[in-house]
Design a protein around this ligand. Structure first.
Ligand SMILES: *Cc1c(COP(=O)(O)O)cnc(C)c1O
Length: 241
């Protein structure tokens, strides 16, 4: 459901109900993992949904929004700013260098840093359009198939050095998507091990962005600190993409 058939008020109640359900599941996963719910931040992934939905979610207490296309994210960031609503934008999609300047201007954190050329582009852009360092997560490829984004484990240490060599960037941790066909547990266990490696070099890089609608409860079991939730909160995007 896109929400276009609903009135604004009906859509807001739908989002409120979905959000309550997601929060309850996060709390239950945290309880099961012996973690405090405050250690897991919910990022609402609003790609393909209108700025009005972001505004409704902000009204329901959501502070962090995920988007995967620059053009769409930039337009929503303008709409929210013009409405006087303050949210943090997380850029979670594949990122081309020529979009770095745009993204660096509105993003709180880029989750998809996966190659040295992108580090250079983001840092150069950040030095021109930002006053504070741009938060970065290195996207790791758990299965080594880097065609779907992410850095292979063997190239991770060099990429960590590349990010930390630039004062315009702040390395906050890593991000991963469980590979198709893998048991999520196997993927997230590996992500936890890679996070430990990164923290060995950069103790502050503690964030683990892992878990989507279908697997976030298991990601929480393996230490995820940022969960990126789209469809169970906003509805299906299958007819759009
Ligand atoms: C779309 C997207 C999500 C959210 O996916 P859902 O399955 O709808 O929760 C999370 N992470 C990334 C990188 C995405 O592109």
């Amino acid at each position: 459901m896109t929400g276009t058939e609903l009135t604004g008020e009906e859509r807001r109640s739908e989002l409120a109900a979905n959000l309550a359900e997601v929060r309850a599941r996060i709390d239950a996963a945290c309880a099961e993992a012996g973690r405090s719910p405050e250690t897991v931040k919910l990022i609402a992934v609003t790609k393909t949904f209108p700025a009005g939905d972001v505004m409704s979610l902000a009204g329901l207490g959501i502070t962090d929004i995920g988007e995967n296309r620059d053009q769409e994210a930039a337009a929503k960031a303008v709409a929210l700013r013009e409405a006087g609503i303050d949210v943090r934008w997380h850029y979670i999609g594949r990122l081309q260098r020529n979009k770095a300047k745009s993204v660096a201007a509105y993003a709180h954190m880029v989750h998809s840093v996966d190659r040295p050329a992108l580090v250079t582009a983001l840092a150069d852009a950040a030095s021109r359009v930002r006053e504070t360092p741009l938060g970065c997560l290195i996207q790791v490829s758990v299965d080594g198939d880097t065609s779907r984004g992410g850095v292979a484990e063997k190239d991770l240490p060099a990429l960590v050095d590349s990010v930390t060599s630039r004062s315009e960037l702040a390395l906050r941790g890593i991000m991963a998507v469980a590979p198709l066909g893998w048991a999520p547990e196997r993927a997230f266990e590996q992500v936890a091990a890679l996070s430990e490696k990164v923290r060995g070099a950069v103790p502050d890089a503690r964030e683990i962005s892992a878990g989507m609608s279908g697997d976030f409860t298991r990601a929480i079991g393996f230490g995820a600190t940022l969960v990126r939730i789209g469809s169970i909160l906003l509805g299906s995007r299958s007819h759009l993409r």
